[in-house]
Design a protein around this ligand. Sequence first.
Ligand code: PHE
Ligand code: ZN
Length: 881
Amino acid sequence: MRTDTGEIIHLENYQPTDFILERVDLTFELDPTETKVEARLIFHRRENVDVNAPLVLDGDELKMTGLLLDQETIEPAHYDAAESSLTIRNLPASAPFEITITTEINPEANTTLMGLYRTKNIYCTQCEAEGFRRITYFPDRPDVLAVYTVNIIAEKATAPLLLSNGNFLGGAGMGDGRHFAAWFDPHPKPSYLFALVAGDLGVVEDTFTTMSGRDIALKIYVEHGKEPRAAYAMDALKRSMKWDEDVFGREYDLDIFMIVAVSDFNMGAMENKGLNVFNDKYVLADSETATDADYANIEAIIAHEYFHNWTGNRITCRDWFQLCLKEGLTVYRDHEFSADMRSRAVKRIAEVRHLKSEQFPEDAGPLAHPVRPTKYREINNFYTTTVYEKGSEVTRMIATLLGADLFKKGMDLYFVRHDGQAVTIEDFVRCFEDASGRNLTQFALWYHQAGTPLVSVSVEYDTAKQSLTMALEQMVPATPGQPDKEPMHIPLRFGLLLPNGSEATATSVAGGEVTGDVLHLVERKQTVVFEGISSRPVVSFNRGFSTPINLHFEQSATDRAHIARHESDLFARWQALNDLATPNLVAATESARKGEPASVDPSQVETLLAAAADETLEPAFRAQVLALPSEADIAREIGSNNDPDAIHSGRQQVMTAIAKAGRDVFARLVENMAVSGSFSPDAASAGRRALRNSALSYLVYAENQAERAIKAFRDANNMTDLSQALTILAHRFPHDVSTTEALDEFKIRFEDNALVIDKWFGIQATIPGDGALQRVKALMDDPLFNASNPNRVRSLLGTYAFANPTGFNRPDGEGYRFLAKNILAMDPKNPQLAARILTSMRSWRSLESQRADHARNALRDIAGASKLSADVSDIVERMLK
Ligand code: PHE
Ligand code: ZN
């Protein structure tokens, strides 16, 4: 484990390397505990670099067994091998030279899952961000691009399959029970995109013919016997390849594209050149074991990793501060892909829900950082929703600002201008400036200023003048290290809805730039006047969530209902319905806190039910309408001094009121939304299932009896319906014998399927209330719990801490102390995982004081422990600052 040095890396200190790496030749002799790696690296000194400057390479937990310069031993006086670096002196002034390094590593003992490790007897690597230095000493940074040849030697019986990046050169037996394979990747790449996989796996094969007529071999490797469950991933891959050609003009560039699914993985998946490695959760699916959400995730992540081939691999990051260059852009691309594959509006709603529930709290708490940060202690901690999701939103805003044609022109320029380079956000933005002629300096603040802007608006209509005046004001809150902010360029899409539902267009606009339905808010305060508006319009702001802001706009319930009925933008309709529900939920929380019953406005319930029953709307959209703001959403709305128990109880009461008022609507939906015929994961069928399950859940609220859920559990013929029924049972009737029976039955039926057992843990970890902690503790002792499998740890501990607000945020603080203890136990083995789960406490300051005190103490206990990893100590110290 890399322990904390406390060192901070600053963007302003960026320097190119002194030596240019020309070629990399790697030979691996694989062995579970003693793998030998020989790295032959050809370098030359960069022009104008001091002839005495040494070569400094990165390393982490390496045992070096040999070091040669041009095949001659290097005298000990000429090098220093330290814990995290290798420094070599007395190197040629300008001629190329070859450094040969031999290291010995132990994949079996590697529990960090960074570098070369073992998962179920498979050798596997993970190098992003700084894992390659755990394989050999190397200039392990993204701006060092080189061409790699890789030789892999292993025992044939246990590792018949030997894979690396690029194209296959050849292989053969070696006569001693071992065999070898050689791979060559002609595309220069940084070390973080290196991959090696070896072992015994099954394969699904297909081909794709590119737009220029080249045939690409597609292979997805999975555990033997699981091949049929990779069919959907293969289909998603082919659709991704076609879409990237059609929409971005990007063609694939090797003869083969491989995906390997492994069951021990810290993240979702990894875009290694030509050899993506996936958490098997995002590859394997069939109707019996995967939910509709699983299918949608697989489609999105397969696309995401494939799209990285251009946005990330062909054009990569100059340094890790530029992470959003590849991640924000690639998330934007996968969002657009899913929107084209499914319902655009429903996809957008889901994205915004996710953004608000994950990124907004991050941006409002102690871990807030700019999309393009300027300093970090541990880069692993910057794979955040800010870099990914807000980064995607910033890309989306460029498209909104410039319009589709100029956005495309800018992207094309980016691909042509920077192919084969390691670049910065400034380079990216300049492509759009050059393509459009527009100055994006102010807009670029979105990359540099952290915090969610607050936009306050008031509108006034003058009947006599037929004019509408909008007074807008923006405020970007202070965030760690950034007390004062500049005004941003905020592209706000809007609509002016007339009483008959049609849209007004102004004859003239003064006080600000308006292009189409985009208002450009650029000043701190701005008043925009629209002339020629025939009657008082209802203003719909931030259509499609065109900009990631908090909007403060006081609007009557009648106006919101008008938007919900008439907006042409479906996202805005959903937003209006959500905005109608939010004040109710906040009021219900206040009542619950005073121990009073909640009062729910019947007209608002009616609007909601009308939308749910509206057959002109697609079922998936109606399901989104019925999904009320979550407890975390309500907490964010309230902002401070939060009591999770009151939020929960208030929300339950609102749900019950809606359920009772809508009993007939829900009963009809349960009838009518049944999906007949054999299972299909398509978006329309998934939408029907979502609406039906939501209606079912309300019905159970109305009746307060388990029967319907038990029946649904018995009748289910797919994992979506089955897990939903089980969730309703477990959450509503945790002590019922039928719940215990259903849980046991589920466990026995799926005992051999780790991904389904993860759901079994997750469902129980989210059961609300003060029994949660005991339950989670008991589950940790279950034989199926496995503390070294990241998916399993996330499904139990992660789900408990992130997704069980009442169970985790106990008034007695036991939840925090329990988490702290587990974080400390996990840290030496897998610091990345420990640090990530710890971020579940990022909003601790917005809790009421008793809970906040307990949380602070638990965090201090972690901070005070000896030998923390850089990952955990970085997070805990920022959270306490
Ligand atoms: N680069 C991966 C992705 O977003 C994420 C990842 C980061 C995976 C670090 C592993 C380690 O596609
Ligand atoms: Zn990515």
